[in-house]
Design a protein around this ligand. Structure first.
Ligand code: ADP
Ligand code: MG
Length: 670
């Protein structure tokens, strides 16, 4: 081992700088926070090349005295803290006295400043932390700091920088949060010469939200205000019916500081319990104010997390504020539609087959107008009769057969010929929803009599004699007879769970959304060809938060692969002309928002792709709450029974089993 020795100051400074200055956005954050602490009423942030070329922050705050200018750049030099006790009541955004030292250690800095009321100002140039001479200079009141060539002297860090556009996106997102947390300050953000954000600074949160997050989002908001104990809560939350596809639009401030907090997220979402659709999240801009002694901001170097002294009180304050406000609006909030009304709005369950199968059906499908409800594809030739379904040529069945509450069909294992993608077998896919499915069945010499509804009450009878299953399937080696009889579908409850009974006397509950999501996910993962698309009759302009918009624009190719044709619509908005055929066109903006979240959180390309596919699979799946037709349920049950589908892409189980014994125990029979 080499000798132990204390690091030279400049090496220690570089290491310390790494903690504070991770990327351009962290520089902007620190400089803007300094401006806010200096009492600025207007702050202008300008960046070039994502901040890697140049960052300039100008404020009209109190300025710095010329003689203190070099001190401001020393480590642990601050005007905001004096004693250890002060740490317990931090009211400023900065307090560590590290930012200017850290930033100047890894860049070239110029500062120009004049104190309010002072006759003249001063300037200073620093290079890699080494200060030049303080010079007298003419300057407007306030401070301008220019940071150039970030990380020029730390090549290792430079290597890890993302593309300029990703850095721009991060700064843009940050600027939104900073602007929102200070409605009384006017923020202007200029990227590569173009103004990207400008808030009025009139002290009103609603006009700030409008300017920072866009008109579309602002329109969905309702004001909330309340308090509990020492905690005051105010701001805006989205109306329950305007749930978002991700949590990206949940913006929290604690004492004016933008923070991320699971506690606040949980409190907010608890307020929406049972009021918001599954899979949707409330958006908010919520400001929580509490005594500075009741919150510890010194728990994270980037100061984006806080610790509350009385977590329960904060949780309750937020929860009750949100809940009371939503309750008070009860009349104004359109009651959620009853599940019966929420028939699968797309009626396109079976179109989640791959393009090849789809084309083989002989259907021209490239363009499907978004609003029109396309009936499922019909077969050109009738499918084989199911053993216990009254057999009619498929077309007739489609037109005339009444829906039966229960019916039994012979199912073969879900390994359709020539399909590795786990989509519904073609003949099943071909059934219209009203019709009992004439699924693939082994040849049965005589179609058998239809099952009467009362048959459902009879004990389980194997759907097809095992010996019969193997008959008459010359050349169809890929189709094996099922090992056990198909589960009987007893029905669907809560428009979410399918109840089945297996031959061995077990009850199965299947989460239909989870099952379908898994099927879609496997299909998308295995797909060799790009998905089918639908051209939107009217292109959708999706207004997203700026970071999300920039991330998507940066990944247009990936979006293209997924079936989206998008283009930059300016100002963070994205114009969408085509979407994948199996997602609801009305869901376009929410889907894009989720995709952006996938792009943001994915650690590498592989993880991003995987997450994108999750989202696409979920969006293309039938939803809990929708009414499904029996043919859809049958396909799902078949996949679960065959073991092909066990867990949803997020790892949640798709089916749960209740044995007879477990049921009997519940009823104290056993
Ligand atoms: P901190 O903000 O934690 O105190 P910094 O390194 O960010 O530490 O800043 C050091 C000091 O420089 C601050 O305490 C403040 O007195 C002064 N300062 C920095 N930026 C500004 C500014 N824009 N306007 C006025 N004073 C500033
Ligand atoms: Mg600071």
């Amino acid at each position: 081992m080499p000798h132990i020795q204390q690091l030279e100051t400049h090496v220690a400074d570089l290491i310390a700088a790494g903690e504070v200055v991770e990327r351009p956005a962290s520089v902007v954050k620190e400089l803007v926070e300094n401006a806010v602490d200096a009492g600025a009423t207007a702050v202008v942030v300008e960046i070039r090349r994502g901040g890697m070329g140049m960052i300039r922050v100008t404020d009209d705050g109190c300025g710095i005295a010329p003689e203190e200018l070099p001190t401001a750049f020393l480590r642990h030099a601050t005007s905001k803290l004096r004693t250890p006790e002060d740490l317990g009541k931090i009211g400023t955004l900065g307090f560590r006295g590290e930012a200017l030292a850290a930033i100047s250690a890894v860049s070239r800095v110029d500062i120009l400043t004049r104190q309010r009321g002072a006759g003249s100002g001063a300037s200073l140039h620093l290079e890699g932390g080494a200060p030049g001479q303080v010079e007298e200079a003419g300057a407007p009141e306030g401070t301008t700091i220019r940071v150039a060539d970030l990380f020029y002297n730390t090549p290792a860090r430079l290597k890890f920088m993302k593309k300029d556009s990703a850095e721009t996106a991060a700064v843009a997102g940050l600027m939104q949060h900073l602007a929102l947390s200070h409605p009384d300050i006017s923020f202007k953000f200029i990227k590569d010469g173009a103004e990207a954000l400008h808030t009025p600074g009139d002290g009103k949160l609603d006009s700030t939200v409008y300017a920072a997050l866009g008109r579309d989002f602002a329109k969905t908001l309702i004001p909330v205000e309340g308090r509990g104990g020492d905690t005051a809560v105010s701001g805006f939350v989205t109306a329950p019916l305007m749930g978002r596809g991700s949590r990206a639009m949940q913006v929290f401030f604690v004492n004016g500081r933008f923070i991320k907090s699971q506690l606040l997220t949980a409190a907010l979402e608890e307020g929406y319990r049972n009021q918001i659709m599954k899979g949707k999240f409330p958006g908010c801009v919520l400001s929580v104010t509490l005594p500075v002694t009741a919150v510890d901001v010194n728990v994270h170097p980037a100061k984006t997390q806080v610790k509350f002294a009385r977590e329960r009180e904060v949780f309750d304050a937020v929860y009750h504020t949100v809940l009371d406000c939503l309750d008070a609006r009860g009349g104004a909030i359109p009651a959620p539609r009853s599940p019966e009304q929420v028939v699968n709005p797309r009626r396109d369950f079976f179109q989640s087959m791959d393009a090849k199968t789809y084309r083989e059906q002989g259907v021209k499908s490239e363009v499907r107008p978004p609003e029109r409800q396309t009936p499922p594809v019909r077969p050109s030739a009738p499918a084989r009769p199911a053993w216990d379904t009254e057999w009619k040529p498929a077309a007739k069945v489609a037109d005339s057969a009444p829906e039966k509450p229960f019916y039994r069909t012979a199912q073969l294992p879900a390994k359709p010929v020539g399909s590795a993608l786990g989509r519904p077998p073609a003949s099943v896919a071909a059934k219209p929803p009203e019709a009992p499915p004439a699924e693939r069945a082994p040849a049965s010499p005589e179609p058998e009599a239809p099952v009467k509804p009362e048959a459902a009450r009879r004990p389980f009878v194997p759907a097809i004699p095992a010996a019969q299953q193997a008959l008459d399937l010359p050349g169809q080696q890929t189709i094996e007879p099922p090992k056990e009889a198909p589960w009987r579908i007893a029905g669907e409850v809560l428009h979410t769970y399918i109840i089945c009974e297996s031959e061995d006397g077990c009850v199965w509950l299947i989460d239909k959304h989870a099952a379908h999501e898994r099927i879609n996910f496997d299909r998308l993962k295995a797909a060799q060809t790009p998905p089918m698309r639908q051209t939107l009759l009217q292109p959708v302009a999706a207004e997203l938060d700026r970071e999300a918009g920039a991330l998507l624009l940066e990944n247009l190719e990936l979006l293209e692969e997924l079936g989206f044709a998008c283009e930059d619509f300016g100002d963070g908005a994205i114009l969408v002309r085509e979407v994948p055929a199996d997602i609801d066109a009305g869901d376009t903006a929410a889907t894009l928002e989720e995709l952006a979240e996938n792009l943001r959180t994915g650690r590498d390309l592989a993880e991003k792709r995987e997450n994108l596919l999750h989202t696409m699979a979920c969006k293309a799946a039938i939803k809990g709450g929708w009414t499904s037709d029996v043919a859809e349920l049958r396909v799902l049950v078949e996949k679960v029974q065959s073991g092909e589908v066990r867990f949803c892409p997020h790892g949640r189980p798709v089916a749960v089993k209740l044995t007879r014994y477990e049921l009997e125990k519940m009823f104290k029979r056993a």
